[in-house]
Design a protein around this ligand. Structure first.
Ligand SMILES: *Cc1c(COP(=O)(O)O)cnc(C)c1O
Length: 304
């Protein structure tokens, strides 16, 4: 990973190498922290823009609210700090990682006097699953691990500890020769990838899983808007793994994965085994939007 110069920590910038925490940091031991993943793109006019900054910051605060963590900064201050982190590092494009965590203090499960700390790092990060994945699609495997039950984890929150489940699934998928995992919910319906929401297309109709055990993805929301604006119907409805097998098209969405076509699931070819027309048109529009080429969606961009 490529280092940048500065990381914002608790209200001020520190050098990349000095952005350290104590070994007794509560979050490190018990996994209660919330975070975001945000992308900034270089636009065609030379400027840079953060994609849906407000929505990401709002979700960070909602995640904290669900987890009874009080962030000691306002939303405006966090928005500003994110933009400043990009500026101070001369970053034209890349990935931004705000994290809210509980510092050292009490060591019991119950956080007591542990300070709520906030850091924002940013670094250059290209295509998450590779250029090839964006162009030709990936092969996925239904995981043997189920996504969290809605009453064991709070799945609307982007919580650090939730990702143990994602790592288990991702490692298994990679070890078995696939590119990414697809997790089912505890009732056996399709939920989401290790860090991506999923869409399927059948006879021109798009379907995505309703917001139960999966995260409320901002890319998911963007894709739903783009599809509707193109006159396509989108349903938020549960579906099973065999409905995915017989879909015409399928794709993952996420800030990291952007819009990645799925060409195969559990050794079944999806549709023609390559990105289909609906996937391609939405993907193309998505990349035009983030690069500032679609005036209609300018409201989604926060220029640096
Ligand atoms: C972050 C994430 C997503 C994608 O959300 P975006 O807002 O589109 O980045 C989906 N599922 C999980 C589990 C995630 O962590």
């Amino acid at each position: 990973m490529e280092k940048t110069k500065k990381i914002w920590m608790d209200g001020k910038f520190v050098n990349w190498d000095d952005a350290n925490v104590h070994i007794l940091t509560h979050t490190l031991h018990y996994g209660l922290g919330v975070f975001e993943g945000i992308r900034c793109y270089r636009c065609d006019d030379g400027r840079s823009a953060v994609f849906r900054l407000k929505e990401h910051t709002d979700r960070l605060f909602e995640s904290a609210h669900i987890m009874l963590i009080e962030i000691p900064f306002t939303r405006d201050a966090i928005n500003k700090a994110i933009l400043e982190t990009l500026k101070i590092n001369d970053m034209k494009e890349g990935y931004i990682r705000p994290i809210v965590f509980l510092g050292d203090g009490s060591m019991g499960i119950l956080p007591k006097n542990n300070p709520v700390r906030v850091a924002i790092a940013a670094w250059p990060w290209g295509v998450y699953l590779g250029e090839e994945a964006l162009k030709n699609g990936i092969r996925i495997k239904v995981s043997t691990y189920a996504r969290h039950h809605v009453n064991s984890m709070m799945t609307k929150a982007k919580v650090t500890g939730h990702y143990v489940n994602s790592i288990l699934a991702k490692r298994e998928a990679i070890a078995d020769g696939y590119d990414e995992a697809l997790l089912l919910d505890t009732e056996g319906y399709v939920s989401e990838g290790s860090g991506e929401n999923i869409f399927i297309v059948k006879n021109g109709l798009l379907k995505t899983t309703p917001l139960t055990s999966n995260l409320k993805g901002i890319t998911r929301d963007s894709v739903m808007r783009i599809a509707k604006d193109k006159g396509l119907e989108v349903k938020e409805e549960r579906f099973t793994r065999d409905e995915l097998y017989i879909a015409d098209e399928a794709f993952f969405t996420g800030t990291a994965a952007e819009l990645t076509p799925i060409r195969e699931a559990d050794r079944r070819t999806i549709g023609q085994g390559k990105p289909g027309p609906v996937t391609k048109t939405i993907q193309e529009t998505f990349f035009n939007i983030v690069k500032g080429k679609e005036k209609k969606y300018e409201g989604w961009l926060a220029y640096v």
